[in-house]
Design a protein around this ligand. Structure first.
Ligand SMILES: Cc1ncc(COP(=O)(O)O)c(C=O)c1O
Length: 360
């Protein structure tokens, strides 16, 4: 039989959420950081209209979507590339800039796909310690090796939900060698845009990329659209490895309509933040220890690996799925997506009962 490359053969498939609800229980998934609201009706209507033209290949340059994004964010449309979700762009960046002689560095509790993308290219993955689930720029700089090729940082982070200020990311960029590519993944950026810190200007330095996605605040995870702002030389290399028809036509049209309905997305962020802060307060009152969150999820410190596993088991037995975070080096935590209010109420009810029963 044909043999895979050894570095692929030793990998496990990327672990998505386990969503097998027990028989007779309705599945309540608070496990994938999906939006609590569907996409803007303007986006779904535009997509529906586009379906009739599906005999045509999509626009390989995402022209209308790029221009809508550029107008909203005040950035250069020529610097934008779109991907089949931001996962696609992360994978392409690793393929171009990482490899057996170019290591990948990321915070210890970073989004696990950064490590997967590194493994696919047979690059070493170096994790840098975090301080109480917050990225430490000092630890990141101390972990840089002579062969470091890419540094990935999600800000806000997933699964931590925490965030570092722009001044810290600027300090990270200034402390990195110029030949190291810094990728700032802002998958949850819209949830902290109200803080007034934008990162796109860092791209002008020529060795920093900023990524965003339609999967979170826009509620469009099923459409698979991610995008980023890239320096021209990086963009032209990335183009060589990208699937030239990566974003379906209906998804491009839906995403452009969603960008032009900014008020709807902002409203989703406001509803999410209000529910998140309410849930955080209730969880604290019930004796839990949620980390501060700048996203559409809350990470709960359950105190021990055993307690996290026990609470997870109890929730699952009722059909409620949070996401254990052993894969991100946080086995004592559970991550709860801020889903619809009824789902959050049920999850908090079960957790509170579990705690009162002194299960662990
Ligand atoms: C930090 C981070 N980056 C990227 C992604 C991937 O998003 P997309 O759906 O755009 O591929 C996620 C999804 O959860 C994420 O949390």
């Amino acid at each position: 039989m044909t043999q895979p490359h050894p570095h692929i053969a030793c990998m496990s498939p990327y672990a998505l959420a386990n969503l097998d609800a027990p028989e007779g229980k309705t599945l309540i998934s608070l496990s994938q950081n999906e939006s609590l609201r569907p996409p803007s009706p303007k986006a779904t209507e535009a997509a529906a209209q586009a379906l009739g033209s599906s005999m045509l290949y999509p626009d390989p340059d995402w022209t209308d979507l790029r221009h809508a994004l550029a107008e909203l964010h005040g950035i250069d449309p020529d610097g934008i590339l779109c991907g089949n979700g931001s996962l696609d762009l992360i994978g392409c960046l690793a393929r171009v800039f990482a490899g057996p002689d170019r290591a990948v560095l990321a915070p210890a509790h970073a989004y696990p796909f950064f490590q997967t993308a590194a493994q696919v290219t047979n690059a070493r993955f170096d994790p840098a310690a975090e301080v109480d689930a917050v990225v430490s720029v000092d630890a990141m700089l101390a972990a840089v090796q002579p062969d470091t090729g890419i540094v990935f940082v999600a800000n806000p982070g997933n699964p931590t939900g925490t965030r570092i200020p722009k001044a810290e990311l600027v300090r990270l960029r200034q402390g990195l060698r110029p030949d190291i590519l810094l990728v700032i993944d802002e998958a949850y950026g819209e949830f902290s845009d109200h803080l007034g810190e934008r990162f796109f200007d860092l791209v002008q330095g020529g060795n920093t990329v900023v990524l965003r996605t339609f999967s979170k605040a826009y509620g469009m995870a099923g459409f698979r659209v991610g995008w980023g702002l890239f320096p021209p030389a990086i963009a032209s290399e990335l183009r060589k490895v990208m699937n030239p028809n990566n974003v379906p036509a209906s998804a491009q049209i839906a995403a452009a309509a969603a960008v032009r309905d900014d008020a709807y997305m902002r409203e989703t962020c406001a509803i999410t933040a209000s529910l998140r802060d309410q849930a955080t307060a209730q969880l604290k009152q019930a004796g839990f220890a949620p980390y501060p969150s700048f996203t559409n999820f809350v990470l709960l410190n359950m105190g021990s690996t055993e307690a996290a596993a026990s609470a997870d088991q109890r929730l699952r037995s009722e059909g409620v799925f949070l996401r254990p975070q052993g894969g991100a080096g946080l086995p004592h935590t559970l991550r709860m997506t801020v889903g619809p209010q009824a789902a959050i109420v049920k999850a908090i009810e079960i957790l509170t009962q579990w705690k009162q029963e002194g299960q662990i």
